[in-house]
Ligand binder design. Structure first.
Ligand code: PMP
Length: 355
């Protein structure tokens, strides 16, 4: 979370804009929260340049919830095509199998999830209901830098992206996307809110077994208020959207500014790792994530010393995911360039002391 956003929320925690209430105490049907929700949606639409024929839904259940909710809404009992690029797309596939026939069009498992299968080799189905792609694999550190044009690849199916871990870090090419979903907790706000951006024609085709609260039509028709929405998380996300709109970098504003900053942050860390004999990143250069940088000490017996020294230097949460091991630096939007500079400087110093 950007510190400015936390400070702002703290300043009006007990009394939101003279209303005499905390946001947590408001009725979600009252006009105060109505204003918060409306502003959050409008700001997000502007920030991500969401076209008018897409609906923005504020839901609950997280990315893992959407792994079920998407097939329940979009599969129409037809085959769902999956691109397997790492742990999260594998999880999505496993869940979708409960609701629809699935087909793996490509997988990088044999490469240890270190490179993206070239889109021209994908074995796309003739009549898929949609194609699932995780556009940033948080654990494996793989990012899709250019979304595929499915039409050009011979598929008429809409593309569904799981953009949980890089939403708002870069612009989205909506002409190539039918639906995007993601938990808010990386770049948008606190946990508890799930964002879905869906093209209108994909709404209204849910399977009969789909719970009403997770039917995109019910959610859209009720402006994300069919059931009580996560009001405080939406408020925090709304403050984050305003913060994002204020950001400038190299003549850019908003998400484009974040992209410029994220490119610079990631380059600083990858360049350092690549020139080092001590550290290593195993992901192919053309698909390295700007958000999540998994890296390894070539001598893994020094891992614990690295982590405890990092902690003492105020550099936290660097331990890699248990399925991958090693280290992982997550450079989400709220992480300033100075944070990455501090990490690189610590890594350099650690390397020297171990020589
Ligand atoms: N997809 C991706 C790409 C993720 O990074 C995560 C969470 N780290 C999830 C899905 C699962 O999200 P949640 O915990 O919100 O269900």
């Amino acid at each position: 979370m950007p510190a400015e956003v936390l400070q702002h929320a703290a300043s009006e925690m007990l009394d939101w804009q003279g209303s005499g209430m905390s946001v947590m105490e408001m009725s979600h049907r009252g006009q105060e929260f109505g204003r918060i929700l409306e502003a959050a949606e409008a700001d997000l639409r502007e920030l991500l340049s969401v076209p008018a024929n897409f609906r923005i839904l504020f839901m609950q259940g997280g990315g893992l919830g959407e792994n079920a909710i998407v097939p329940l809404n979009l599969s129409r009992s037809k085959t769902v095509d999956f691109v397997i690029t790492g742990s999260w797309s594998q999880k999505s596939l496993k869940e979708a199998r409960r609701y629809a026939p699935t087909h793996v069009v490509a997988s990088n498992e044999a490469d240890g999830h270190t490179r993206l299968p070239d889109a021209t080799t994908w074995q796309l189905s003739q009549d898929a209901s949609y194609v699932h792609l995780c556009s940033n694999e948080t654990i494996n550190g793989i990012e899709v830098h250019e979304l595929p044009d499915l039409k050009a690849l011979g598929s008429n199916a809409p593309l569904v992206i799981d953009f949980s871990s890089h939403v708002a870090s870069r612009p989205v090419d909506w002409s190539r996307v039918g639906l995007a979903f993601g938990g808010a907790q990386k770049n948008l706000g606190p946990a508890g809110l799930t964002l879905v951006v869906v093209r209108e024609d994909l709404i209204g085709h849910a399977l009969a077994i789909c719970p009403s609260a997770f039917d995109y039509k019910t959610v859209a028709d009720n402006h994300s208020m069919y059931n009580t929405p996560p009001t405080f998380a939406i408020y925090m996300a709304g403050l984050t959207f305003q913060w994002l709109k204020r950001q400038t970098e190299g003549g850019h504003q908003g998400v484009a500014a974040m992209e410029a900053r994220n490119i610079a942050k990631a380059a600083l860390l990858y360049d350092y790792i690549d020139q080092s004999q001590f550290y290593e990143n195993k992901v192919a250069r053309d698909c390295r994530s700007r958000m999540n940088v998994p890296f390894f000490l070539r001598d893994e017996s020094r891992n614990e010393a690295f982590l405890s020294g990092a902690k003492a230097a105020g550099l936290l949460q660097l331990k890699g995911h248990k399925s991958v091991g090693g280290m992982r630096a997550s450079l989400y939007n709220a992480m300033p360039l100075e944070g990455v500079q501090a990490l690189v400087s610590y890594m350099r110093q650690f390397e020297k002391t171990q020589a």
